[in-house]
Design a protein around this ligand. Structure first.
Ligand code: GLY
Length: 370
């Protein structure tokens, strides 16, 4: 079964296709790849998976004449150097503005490829074929592209929508478990922001998702894509409600920047960030204790971390968070859950309350028994 979600952005509209073994359905993948004018950007890990399965792969047969550009795997390489290497290749090969880039990989491949597409000869088309859970439920949709700077994660980038997103859950069987679990953090994020029923569904079905049960996976990926599509349609460039999707991300980006890119998986940092944001909300008298317990437990039970890096001090968070993209007029803004399924933007939070929330999940695990 193929699910199709339309993202309505007027001239920048596109479709998201979701299914199992979708890449091998050439009637779909040929929408994304045009032999003459496509370059596939991927990394060695994904390229090797393609090669390993080439004997039984319609997709491999279909793309074998298309040029590949391989980048190094990991968040550490999401930088100007990699961007420059892709652009040099494209220029050397004399590609013009009719070129389409295909991002085949996880969030790093998608973010860099999209960024290159947005600046190459003032902008060319690109398509997303996300291969990790995290990229399938979040990063590949919505047109946020970019790279990291030593002083902050995703600090350089653009909004540049893909022309289509093809989500093939078949890739997830090749994904290392820790990356898969890390992606679940973003799914839980969607439930906490938008939908208590979805949260309860996740509490019941997390084990089946971990076991890659096809219908459960398709259900939750589709759910996240639909929620994201509707947010993007209303606020493409994050002037309002799109910021909700950054729940926990101010803390998470601080953790990733402090630790060195690639040391902490993004979803793991998001798990700690959402726990901190939820505790902050609880401390402010907004989030009920019962909801706080549920949030901490769902992350803990799936094996996601709920405490930050050992040596990172509360003040280290503050310094990095003061450069967050949500800072407005020098004032930090936080997305906080007010209940499960609802969030709100808060600013001017007392510094001591903030430091206390960070401290709570800095060293010792805060045990909750509901
Ligand atoms: N990952 C959050 C967003 O796309 O807005």
């Amino acid at each position: 079964m193929i699910e199709k979600i339309h993202v309505n952005l007027n001239l920048n509209s596109y479709n998201i296709y979701i299914g199992n073994q979708l890449l091998d359905d050439i009637s779909i993948s040929s929408v994304f790849l045009n032999h003459k004018n496509s370059v596939i950007v991927t990394n060695e890990t994904i390229y090797n998976i393609l090669l390993k399965n080439k004997a039984n792969s319609n997709f491999y047969n279909y793309i074998k004449d298309i040029k590949f550009f391989l980048i190094q795997d990991g968040e550490y390489y999401k930088n100007f150097k990699t961007v420059e290497s892709i652009i040099s290749f494209l220029l050397n090969q004399q590609y013009g503005r009719d070129l389409s880039l295909i991002a085949l990989g996880g969030g790093v491949v998608g973010d860099i490829t999209g960024f290159v597409a947005s600046i190459y000869q003032r902008g060319i088309n690109f398509f997303q074929i996300p291969t990790t859970l995290l990229a399938q439920v979040d990063a590949s949709i919505g047109g946020k592209t970019g790279i990291n700077h030593a002083l902050g994660k995703n600090m350089i980038g653009s909004f540049w929508q893909p022309k289509g997103v093809l989500i093939d859950i078949n890739f997830l069987s090749t994904l290392p478990k820790k990356h898969f679990i890390s992606g679940i953090a973003e799914i839980i994020k969607y439930a906490i922001i938008f939908d208590n029923n979805f949260f309860m569904w996740l509490e019941k079905n997390l084990l089946k998702i971990l076991q890659l049960e096809e219908n459960k996976l398709l259900f939750c990926i589709k759910k996240c894509c639909e929620l994201k599509a509707s947010i993007i349609e209303n606020d493409e460039k994050e002037n309002g409600s799109r910021a909700f999707l950054n729940l926990g991300h101010s803390f998470a980006h601080a953790i990733e920047t402090y630790s060195g890119y690639g040391k902490w998986l993004h979803g793991n940092a998001v798990s700690v960030g959402i726990v901190m944001a939820s505790y902050l909300s609880f401390q402010l008298g907004i989030l009920k204790k019962d909801d706080l317990f549920k949030i901490i437990n769902i992350f803990y039970n799936i094996g996601l971390p709920i405490k930050g890096p050992k040596h990172m001090k509360p003040n280290d968070y503050l310094i990095l968070m003061s450069r967050d993209k949500k800072v407005l007029n020098g004032i930090m803004r936080f997305i906080l859950p007010i209940s499960i399924g609802k969030v709100k933007i808060f600013s001017s939070i007392d510094k001591n309350i903030l430091l206390n929330a960070i401290k709570k999940f800095q060293k010792k695990i805060y045990f909750f028994n509901s």
